[in-house]
Design a protein around this ligand. Structure first.
Ligand code: ARG
Length: 477
């Protein structure tokens, strides 16, 4: 009877020393070192160890239920897996050179510990459905942690918006001062983008929540497996419909990479503003020492590195997304080794976005807003011009005419080197009745459109954002 003993299997006498591959039977010679060095994935799929063990527990439990292994064999496998898990956790697990991936390493060690029952574990299973299962379990676990980090950042934006009260600053279009907006409104704008990121992540996680286990290498099995039961045991919401699709589908990886890329793009845009605002030219914020860095040469420097790296890493995360799409685009069904290239970008994007969210959270929580500088930047500008035009509209003047009148006064003010308020006051068509509209803060206070940048409507928006924050926190924290 074939088993795993040396005596019963053809020896891989040459090649990489220290154990056999899972596929040694077919080969007279073991793999060359160059092949192993190039094709191994253990160096990065070690991170799937706990998921691989969980997947094996689920598979073994199913095998016992359908009678492929007996209760004693299941007990031996589960005890062996517990030991493998413990060895991995306390770093006493010894990898051998033939461990080409984490699946090989876990099964090899399990079989050393449990003997024949261990060698039964892979019945009806392939590494193709195994790795897809592991990766979906990883996404479920790490995706939730990523969501939690984004939810914290969202909460900080909302808290800071509440705290800054009526402070206002210039709103920009084309990076030119356009209209005054409450600082709370500006902070909340970023909070809604992050709220959508978390929502999108939740959707991606829901679509990833499908078990591929039982698809085998590509075609299922002649053994009476119960994929539905495996799925339930592992806590998946559903099981696959098509075995070819189950082992080839990496939509969930591509979706996660998109979610991460867009999330980092949002942090990049927020970061870009913090970089500008912390410059002497803007001077709108002061960064906390703990969340800024210094220069090795220039003693006076205080740099916004967290914001810059969020901006920089956005490029890398976009690369991870386009990389996986390029890998997938030419692949025929079903499993191809190319798919091993899914893991590094996935791990990288999820790690980087999570770290960025946590660092940005700290940075935002500790920023000092210089609300006097912000106000001065807009009070001294022409940003109240449209308020005068709208006051004329309220008196019945067609907007196009009103725009032309105020445009003329702006031009005259610029030519005469006077403020808009002075030019308005002395203008024959406008006059002192209109200068009140240019008082500091008047524009913000007068704005009434729902969702707009007016004092009262922003208060209503803040209430909504706070409700969104509590909802996100109760789901993810
Ligand atoms: N390390 C492989 C991966 O990450 C595991 C699956 C290997 N399957 C195979 N047929 N060689 O994709």
């Amino acid at each position: 009877m074939p088993n795993n003993d040396d005596a019963a299997t053809p020896a891989q006498t040459t090649g990489v020393a220290g154990g056999k591959t899972l596929w040694h039977g077919r080969f007279e010679e073991g793999p060359d070192e160059a092949l192993m060095a190039f094709t191994e994935s253990l160096s990065f799929d070690k991170r799937l160890a706990t998921d691989d063990i969980a997947g094996s527990r689920g598979h073994a439990t199913m095998l016992e239920r359908v009678g492929i292994i007996n209760a004693d064999e299941l007990a031996a496998i589960l005890a062996g897996l517990d030991q493998v898990e413990a060895e991995l956790a306390d770093d006493t697990f010894v990898f051998v050179p033939s461990d080409e991936d984490i699946h090989t390493a876990v099964e090899r060690r399990l079989t050393e510990i449990a003997g024949a029952p261990g060698a039964k574990l892979h019945s009806g299973r392939s590494r193709n459905d195994q790795v897809a299962t592991d990766l979906r379990l990883w996404v479920r676990r790490e995706g939730a942690a990523l969501a939690a980090s984004l939810v914290q950042l969202h909460g900080t934006l909302v808290d800071r918006a509440a705290e800054v009260g009526p402070a206002y600053l210039p709103g920009y279009t084309h990076l030119q001062r356009a209209q005054p907006v409450p600082l709370a409104h500006h902070l909340l704008a970023h909070s809604w983008a992050i709220e959508r990121d978390v929502d999108r992540l939740g959707d991606a996680l829901a679509r990833a929540d499908v078990s591929p286990l039982g698809a085998g290498a590509l075609a299922g099995s002649s053994l009476p497996l119960d994929p539905e039961f495996s799925a339930q045991t592992l806590g998946f919401a559903a099981t696959f419909n098509n075995s070819l699709d189950a082992v080839s589908d990496r939509d969930f990886v591509a979706e996660m990479l998109f979610v991460c890329a867009l999330g980092m793009v949002h942090l990049s845009r927020l970061g870009e503003e913090l970089i500008l605002w912390s410059s002497d030219e803007f001077g709108f914020i002061t960064l906390d020492d703990r969340f800024s860095t210094g220069s090795s040469m220039l003693p006076q420097k205080k740099n916004p590195d967290i914001a810059e790296l969020s901006r920089g890493k956005a490029g890398r995360l976009i690369g991870n997304l386009t990389g996986i799409l390029a890998t997938l685009k030419g692949l025929p069904l079903a499993y191809n080794r190319d798919l091993q290239e899914d893991k590094e970008p996935l791990f990288d994007s999820v790690d980087q976005l999570r770290r960025a969210a946590l660092a940005m959270n700290g940075m935002l929580a500790t920023i000092q807003f210089r609300i006097d500088v912000m106000a001065a930047a807009v009070d001294d500008s022409f940003a109240g011009a449209v308020d005068i035009a709208e006051a004329l509209v309220a008196q019945g003047v067609p907007f196009r005419d009103a725009h032309a009148i105020v445009g003329r006064v702006v031009r005259q003010a610029l030519e005469a080197h006077v403020s808009l308020a002075e030019a308005v006051e002395t203008d024959a068509e406008l006059g002192p009745d209109f200068t009140d509209l240019l008082r500091p803060g008047a524009g913000v206070a007068r704005r009434i459109t729902a969702g707009g940048a007016g004092t009262d409507v922003v208060a209503a928006q803040l209430t909504k954002a706070q409700a969104a924050s509590s909802q996100l926190q109760s789901r993810w924290l």
